[in-house]
Design a protein around this ligand. Sequence first.
Ligand SMILES: NC(=O)c1ccc[n+]([C@@H]2O[C@H](COP(=O)([O-])OP(=O)(O)OC[C@H]3O[C@@H](n4cnc5c(N)ncnc54)[C@H](OP(=O)(O)O)[C@@H]3O)[C@@H](O)[C@H]2O)c1
Length: 353
Amino acid sequence: MKAAVLKEFGAPLAIETLPDPEPMAGGVVVDVVAAGVTSYAANVFNGSRNYALELPVAPGAGGIGRIRAVSPDATTLKVGDWVFCEATVRSRDNAADSILQGWTYRTAAALPLHRLYHHGSYAERMLVPTENVTPLGEIEPAEAGRWTALGRLLVPFGGLIAGDLKAGETLVISGATGGFGGAGVAVALAMGAGLVVATGRNPGTLDDLVRRFGPRVRAVRMSGVEADDLDNIVKAAAGPIDMVLDFLPREATAAQVQAPLATVRHGGRIILMGGVRSELALSYNVLMHKELTVRGAWMYSREAIPRMIQMIRAGLIDLSQFELTEFALSEANDAVAHAAANAGPRQLTTIRP
Ligand SMILES: NC(=O)c1ccc[n+]([C@@H]2O[C@H](COP(=O)([O-])OP(=O)(O)OC[C@H]3O[C@@H](n4cnc5c(N)ncnc54)[C@H](OP(=O)(O)O)[C@@H]3O)[C@@H](O)[C@H]2O)c1
């Protein structure tokens, strides 16, 4: 099979022929039809993100495809089924050890898993743990790229489930002008949020969120001055803030994270999902008296996947909101550069092997 292979950090992806994967007990083979490319893929491949990833590898974290060969222990999947391939592979004997297939392994103990389910979706075919494929039902082949948005939508869905967002609640999303934060706005509204206060620095993207989603979204342009930002968020919410979902990237400072956190009501929830590396100054006294929950969330549970597919099928989330740019496998390096230059809530870059 043809694959885009990363042989060395900093080198371009090379289009090469790799052996075809074989099905096995617990693993199906999928013909990859569309694979999403994140805005920070370039930083993973140039090594600046320091991801634990053994080379060479055909990278690519999940995607949309069709079952090519079922595993001997599968009971329901059939050859030809359209499936979403989930990249988070958890060890079957210890779920704390996990990898993102074709992307990174998270603990040293997960290395054997990384070696077994090594290659990702920038390839014509992929071996995927049987439990990591979720049937989509019938879709038009031309729509496969758009369905890669599942990978984008599911991440904030995981955080909103972790924070137990309830219908009618007010939510602040930090980093709402980014890919995952912006998807979080769409998902929170679909889950029934009463009001989403979307924060970011880019005024054009903030305006676009309000224009697209209407009065249940209010935008706050962040200045980086903690007291001003806090004040503006409180004014925009015009009532108690039940939850904060943070998607700020590693470049963000502690002050940028902290301003929204201070706005949450007594008993509120704070869910941290971004890539921030600085230490936060959290007041023991405030956490205790306000009885706040601060929780990190990574990815999402398997149960979230069919729920999200149902939300899309029901029309609660419209995939046509995404502006899709598709590349052939032979153009994988162009896809990576395009995704880096076109980060944002609406932009979706895919490779179609
Ligand atoms: N927990 C998980 O499961 C999970 C899963 C996937 C990704 N992530 C993490 O989520 C983060 C966001 O990913 P993404 O793809 O959405 O990124 P993105 O599209 O680049 O968006 C980043 C957001 O942060 C803002 N921003 C950028 N630089 C900033 C700075 N210096 N200070 C403050 N704000 C800044 C951006 O917009 P403005 O310029 O408008 O401010 C935007 O709102 C990444 O760090 C990623 O690693 C976590």
